[in-house]
Design a protein around this ligand. Structure first.
Ligand SMILES: NC(=O)c1ccc[n+]([C@@H]2O[C@H](COP(=O)([O-])OP(=O)(O)OC[C@H]3O[C@@H](n4cnc5c(N)ncnc54)[C@H](O)[C@@H]3O)[C@@H](O)[C@H]2O)c1
Length: 442
């Protein structure tokens, strides 16, 4: 591609007015995200962990020394123009939910207490068959799933009007639903709509939110591991309505480490015989994951990453015997402060074994909140740039990237990062980095 081609590539509609971030599930992640944005725009904090706010992006040759911030290169919605709304099965305002979630200290919440108290969740579409460990009372009633989805659509329009927003994005931050496989009702949009009218058990609440968002032309991201917009019916709807869609399962703690370390071993042709990962966490998410069927959804997204990165079929001498085990244990005393241990058995020259131990004492929602921010801003940007359907370039943020039919997900953090930034370069009408001689300044 010539520079001229790239320059002509993307026209981005002007950023005007407010962007509403719609959050199904206003628990630890959502409240930490909203409180954090408010702290940043009140100059009480820096947006640490957010690429959209803090990362620079090289344009042109290295010697040209053009490294603007991503937010200065592209017309992202400014934080001051973000407004928030959402749904939850508990009728708690965002301040009370944030205090209960025990992620942020009261001293950090105090300056935005009034602001947070004004955001109250709308009644949720919820069914205990999909999240068995929770029981709330702030729940919609409807004769069929279709009727419930219609109520969500009407909520979306009401929230846009009441917040004075011009446009919206939705990021699912609700609890992990049970593991479901795609069913016949997921195969096309007519079957999906018929399934909703017939209350097909294969259609989960998160899919009703996704359907409602896409039907209203609102981009949708799934932060949880369960099946949601990643079925042909909703992919087709996203294309028909010209809406970007992405997911799934925010890549935060242990999997972030895994997808950084595994590419390092592979690039040096070091073998791996075993990778044992165990976690303790005590927040509500941990409680939900204590149900084996919700855990199954998480296990699937967490387990897939190593095979795709290490490619045992291409490197049988190095990875064919790899034993990969992932455990998650609910341990209430830890709250949101998860601890993830990895024991990695590797081998090198003449098969000599070595071990690596990782002990990541992380804070789940502190790592997830900036991802919600970046996804909201990048999905909005993508839509204004005329992109729609599955946004593979956002794989960087997910444990189990939602990709187009026939594509393999890319898990390598560094390839994902390059792809994300190259897509942003192209949006800006700049050349993507290929690391061919013209990029290298030789
Ligand atoms: N690092 C992370 O925190 C991280 C990483 C990856 C994925 N996730 C996923 O993000 C999601 C949110 O995590 P969290 O720590 O905030 O959990 P949380 O339990 O604190 O919050 C989830 C909220 O969703 C609500 N909810 C459940 N079903 C709902 C429905 N149908 N409609 C509306 N609200 C509903 C619950 O009442 C709860 O308040 C979880 O699915 C989790 O697995 C989190």
């Amino acid at each position: 591609m010539t520079k001229q081609d790239a320059k002509q590539m993307t026209k981005i509609a002007e950023k005007k007015g407010k962007l509403l971030v719609l959050l199904p599930g206003m628990g630890a992640v959502s409240t930490t995200f909203i409180a954090g944005v408010e702290a940043v725009r009140s100059n009480n904090a820096k947006p640490i962990g957010s690429l959209s706010q803090m990362q620079t992006i090289r344009i042109g040759k290295r010697s040209e020394n053009k490294n603007p911030l991503i937010k200065d290169l592209l017309p992202l919605t400014p934080l001051d123009n973000l407004v928030f709304s959402g749904w939850d099965i508990f009728n708690e305002n965002v301040f009370d939910a944030a205090v209960r979630s025990r992620v942020l200290d009261k001293s950090d919440l105090a300056p935005c207490e009034e602001f947070l108290k004004e955001i109250r969740p709308m009644p949720a579409v919820f069914d205990r068959n999909y999240v068995r460990r929770l029981n709330g009372s702030h729940i919609k009633e409807g004769k069929t799933k279709y009727e419930l989805a219609e109520q969500l659509r009407s909520d979306i329009l009401t929230a846009i009007t009441s917040t004075g927003a011009e446009r919206a994005v939705m990021v699912w931050c609700g609890s992990t639903e049970i593991h479901l496989n795609p069913a016949p009702c997921h195969m096309d949009i007519d079957s999906f709509e018929r399934g909703m009218k017939e209350d097909d058990p294969a259609i989960s609440p998160s899919q009703l939110y996704a359907y409602a968002a896409l039907s209203e032309g609102i981009p949708y991201a799934n932060g949880a591991p369960n099946l949601s917009a990643d079925v042909p019916a909703l992919e087709q709807l996203a294309i028909e309505k010209k809406v970007p869609v992405t997911g799934k399962d925010f890549k935060t703690g242990q999997t972030l480490m895994k997808t950084a370390l595994a590419p390092a071993f592979k690039s040096r042709m070091l073998g791996v015989t075993g990778w044992f990962s165990t976690n303790i966490l005590g927040n509500r998410d941990g409680e939900v994951l204590d149900d084996p069927d919700s855990f199954k959804a998480k296990e699937v997204t967490k387990s897939g990453v190593l095979d795709t990165i290490l490619e045992p079929e291409s490197y049988p001498d190095l990875y064919k015997d790899l034993y990969h085990k992932v455990r998650i244990n609910y341990y209430p005393p830890r709250g949101d402060q998860k601890e993830g241990w990895d024991n990695i058995d590797i081998f090198g020259w003449l098969n000599y074994p070595m071990q690596i131990k990782v002990d990541f004492q992380c804070r789940d929602s502190i790592l997830a909140a900036p991802i919600v921010l970046d996804l909201a801003l990048f999905l909005d940007l993508a839509q204004r740039a005329g992109k729609y359907g599955t946004q593979e370039w956002l794989s960087f943020y997910f444990k189990s990237p939602h990709v187009n039919v026939g594509h393999l997900p890319e898990h390598d953090l560094f390839i994902q990062h390059l792809r994300l930034k190259n897509t942003l370069r192209v949006f800006a009408g700049e050349q993507p980095l290929t690391h061919l001689p013209e990029d290298l300044d030789i």
